[in-house]
Design a protein around this ligand. Sequence first.
Ligand code: C5J
Length: 220
Amino acid sequence: MVDIAAEPFDFTAKRDELALVVIDMQRDFAEPGGFGASLGNDVSRIARIVPDVKRLIEGFRRAGLPVIHTMECHKPDLSDLPPAKRNRGRPSLKIGDEGPMGRILISGEPGTAILPELAPVDGEIVIEKPGKGAFYATPLGGILQEMGISQLVFAGVTTEVCVQTTMREANDRGFECLLAEEATESYFPEFKRAAIEMIRAQGAIVGWTARVDDILKGIT
Ligand code: C5J
């Protein structure tokens, strides 16, 4: 066991039970022409965290620890897309519409892919999820249980939507959760700040947060 410097207090990592979960680092959220941009967001904020996410992923790979990637996406026939989600936000391009990078947030389309710099390597688990939380309607819970994982480090986007939702789901399922501060981002800086504070308030009510360097120091 090793203590990682974190807030609100050190995170005691159990190396054999630790995995990294990278949430939705997809072209649709980080590049012009995708879903994030269709909602009117400044996607350059997301693109800026790629180097920090990359060094976290590479640190986990070097340490021989599991890296799990998630992708928010839907079936081509939209059977897993509730109308309430498709119509939300009045975007210029809705989920399933044809955009400059293919159909928005549809499995297998170019824009739905994980950013090439962060692409999964052979053997890494990729979870396609129709919801904001990565446990909803996916095999993630069973996979983690089979792997003997009890602690999750989180990176990815967006902090207050899919990352925080998944951390809350994981917390309720008994996982200890640690968010990598510079390896997550929101389209709204004030939401990122607030989400980080919410997560670690009240003695880590949802989980801990830590700097990427401190996490890497703890796992090497
Ligand atoms: C959103 C996500 N924000 N991955 N998705 O719609 O956070």
